[in-house]
Design a protein. Structure first.
Length: 132
């Protein structure tokens, strides 16, 4: 998994070690992305339910004020970092939004889910990684 680090949108620090040794869901989103808004409630439910899974959002080329409003609107509990220049999207091979990358405990990117997903789809892939 490419390194994700820096200050989160709400000022919380995010470091590569935060995700070491755990299944991690990396979600690329933007406030202007309708499908991102559609799947965000499912991601938040899972983040609150699945204690052993790391969650991090990557805010893609967005207005900082709009991104913060999105986090407040959806009551997002996990950190999100800014990807102003698209470098993280490029490193994760993200073609468009929303995109979710599922990473195993060894830090290997195992699944790339592009386009809006259902809660059931996220659950199925996470359950597979957690059972490995």
């Amino acid at each position: 998994m490419p390194a994700i680090e820096g200050p989160g949108l709400r000022g919380e620090p995010v470091a590569p070690g935060d995700f070491r040794g755990k299944v991690t869901l990396v979600n690329f989103w933007a406030s202007w992305c309708g499908p991102c808004r559609h799947e965000q409630p499912a991601l938040e439910r899972l983040a609150k339910e699945l204690d052993g899974v790391g969650f991090v959002g990557i805010n893609f080329r967005d207005d900082p004020a709009a991104a913060l409003e999105y986090l407040r609107e959806f009551d997002v509990s996990y950190p999100s970092v800014e990807d102003r220049d698209g470098a993280l999207a490029h490193a994760f091979l993200v073609p468009y939004l929303p995109a979710t990358i599922l990473v195993d405990e060894a830090g290997e990117m195992r699944y790339r889910l592009v386009g809006p997903q259902t809660e059931e789809t996220f659950r199925r892939y996470l359950a597979e990684l957690l059972s490995d």
